[in-house]
Write a protein of this length. Structure first.
Length: 370
């Protein structure tokens, strides 16, 4: 596996690029600066995090008098986020006094973004960890979630071994703080759990759509063990860990929605959201996680079935229970987005090109016959 053969060069590179390692001091609110190398090569430059059911831009690019492009903002607490340059995305870890330069090679799409400066070493680790993950998931052109269970588990074990080895090598080479080292190990566990839940959901979906009409589902023992314990930890939400948010979404599908469907194969979608809402309200979760799960359920059905009496009901219930929830703006956005495409509403202005290459939009066609 070539990604493991390159470990020594990866970490020699990280050590060379890292001006300052991870601090042993407690993270406090403070400024963050992200500078972009050769910014004019990219049509899109973004830094965003997954917060409150949605992507949230943390800052916008600004150009100084010298033509340099950077994004500056203040963080109240450390967070995982994503940086996008053109078509490339990379996960980053941002904390007070992070000051990194980001560069990418548009002519080499297989190469991850490169980070230098204060905090750059950790973001380089995340970028290469993601690269290893995708290489193993898509090995030999067969994506991991499309494999049969024995082959999936073999690939899963390979990924677990590779991520563990890569993480250990990073820790041994750059000696991050104990808190950061522990967080990276937990993050690997979350990545693997998210994958196991995603695969479980794939198997459940196949079983529910079986033409035979017989709704049976038996999960292999290894997978049952892999998804047995879901960590309901508000800290992972606060850190904006995308894999953890995927875990909670897959938890809804595999542990809430699918069992409802297996219990009654004739159940209609309008009953699923209400039953799920009640089960979540009665569930034993930390308060912040419970609020998130209930909001996630509402948001899922707003985006799936749209505004129905049952969805309206669970949305109203959420608003009544969590009147000052930070998730309300995202729910209102999903609600408003659906309203724009309901019967009797003005359609959004969609633009495109004709077969002759001419620009056209719905606004241009308004009032015209075919």
């Amino acid at each position: 596996m070539n990604y493991l053969h390159r470990l020594p060069s990866y970490f020699a590179w990280f050590a060379f690029c890292a001006l300052i390692g991870c601090s042993e001091k407690k993270d406090l609110p403070g400024p963050v600066k992200i500078s972009i190398h050769d910014p004019y090569l990219y049509k899109t430059i973004r830094v965003f995090a997954y917060k409150s059911l949605d992507q949230v831009d943390l800052a916008y690019p600004k150009i100084d008098a010298g033509g340099n492009v950077s994004m500056k903002f203040t963080l109240r607490r450390p967070t995982f986020a994503f940086i996008q340059l053109g078509d490339k995305y990379s996960e980053v870890y941002l904390a007070a006094k992070t000051d990194i330069m980001v560069s990418g090679d548009e002519d080499a799409p297989e190469k991850p973004l490169h980070f230098s400066g204060h905090g750059g070493d950790l973001s380089n680790y995340l970028a290469h960890s993601a690269l290893i993950t995708e290489q193993i998931k898509a090995k030999s052109g067969n994506y991991i979630t499309q494999l049969e269970p024995p082959a999936f588990l073999q690939r899963y074990d390979s990924l677990k071994a590779a991520l563990t080895h890569f993480c250990d090598a990073y820790i041994d080479s750059l000696h991050p703080s104990a808190d950061i080292a522990d967080l990276l190990k937990k993050k690997n566990d979350l990545k693997l759990l998210a994958l196991a839940l995603e695969y479980t959901y794939t198997l459940q979906t196949k079983a529910l759509s079986a033409e035979s009409g017989v709704k049976k589902f038996i999960l292999p023992d290894r997978l049952q063990q892999a998804i047995k314990d879901i960590p309901f930890d508000p800290v992972f939400l606060k850190l904006g860990i995308f894999d953890y948010q995927m875990i909670l979404l897959m938890y809804l599908h595999t542990k809430i929605y699918s069992p409802i469907c297996f219990q009654d194969a004739s159940v209609k979608p309008k009953y699923i959201e209400s039953k799920a809402d009640l089960e979540l309200k009665n569930g034993d979760y930390p308060a912040e996680v419970k609020e998130y799960l209930i909001a996630l359920n509402v948001n899922h059905w707003l985006n799936t079935t749209g505004i129905t009496p049952s969805v309206d009901s669970i949305l109203a219930s959420f608003k009544n229970t969590y009147s000052d929830s930070k998730h309300l703006p995202a729910l209102q956005k999903s609600y408003d987005d659906w309203l724009t495409i309901t019967p009797g509403k003005m359609a959004p202005d969609i633009a495109g090109t004709t077969i002759d290459g001419m620009p056209v939009s719905l606004r241009d066609l308004s009032g015209k016959e075919r």
